[in-house]
Design a protein around this ligand. Sequence first.
Ligand SMILES: C[S@@+](CC[C@H](N)C(=O)[O-])C[C@H]1O[C@@H](n2cnc3c(N)ncnc32)[C@H](O)[C@@H]1O
Length: 371
Amino acid sequence: MNYVITCAAGLESILKKEIEIAGYQILSSWPTLVRFKGDFSAIAKMNLRSRVWNKLFLELGQHITSDFNQLFDLVQGIDWKMYVQGNPIIVSAITKQSLLTSTPTIQSITKKSIVKKILDGKEWQLPEDHSKEAIDVLVYIERNMCSILLNTTGESLHKRGYKKATGEAPINEALAAGLLLLSGRKFSEPLYDFFCGSGTIAIEAALLAKNIAPGSFRTFAFQQFKRYDQNLFTTEVISAKSKVMLSKQHTIIASDIDPTMMSIAQENAKHAGVADYIIFETKNISDYMETPELAWTLVSNPPYGLRMNTYDLEKVYHTITELFIKHPKLHGGVITSYEGFLPEDEWWTRKKSMLYNGGERCWFYKKTLLK
Ligand SMILES: C[S@@+](CC[C@H](N)C(=O)[O-])C[C@H]1O[C@@H](n2cnc3c(N)ncnc32)[C@H](O)[C@@H]1O
């Protein structure tokens, strides 16, 4: 079986590593998309364990389509009764450099064909039970190659389910996990986040360190597929639980200038079951200038952009630079779109990667220690 998985731009390399570690074969990749081959249990395994992905799609059919009849036939060839049991069906479409250009027509032809197949060729209207979650089908056409994709995840995977409240500009969970993996942090090293807000980076760091599956807090679309074998999911849940390492020692320090954000972060950490593994402190970043020695990894998302212009950004970024100069053993990375952040050390500028946070283009400035 083939799968297509989506992620935020800039995280593709980590995504590919995750797929390979899980033992699956990568078929191809594009910006924000990776296609791979796996067995049926990949649906439960990857949805439960993935840290940087957004959605996992099962490829139900793929063929060249140059007209709408071919699209209709491709959709007819799929056994929709395997997946749908009275659920509403939502079809979306993306088409690039192809003969079929009208997305509304692609959507309506696909839906007509699905309904006809489910009703065994009868042209009636399909009764939809709106108390059930919708089945989400994506028709992806690129250079006339059409893939019919079924969303197995439901709501994007970056919504883990543990954040009950957030601040003004929270980072999404999948991106936070991606930054931790990009930072090169070793689990034996203490991790700092000096601008923790609702706690996302610190919580993701604790989940990673304890090897807690990030999908443990939510349900998935595949769980309501008509013929999905729930035992496959139960087996994966048991296997993921057996790999949790709660007794391993880690130091994770999360601080923020705003005491309200500290309470929110602590509450979110409780929901994720990791509050006992994070040290929370209300602190201004400038307080760290008094600390005699700061060693090891910082992964932080300081204030930036229009939403957060109440802060003295110039002072905040000057303090970050000063901290790295004062503490040569401090390394890691900072994600920001603030153009006034111009760290002079060559190691910062050489290692920056472009990422998107909430649709805003940012840079992850990374500092590695000189050997
Ligand atoms: C972009 S938000 C961080 C969002 C966080 N990553 C999350 O997921 O919720 C920036 C945070 O920096 C904090 N902040 C602003 N100035 C600060 C300072 N001088 N020292 C420490 N924290 C500060 C704000 O209170 C805010 O929570």
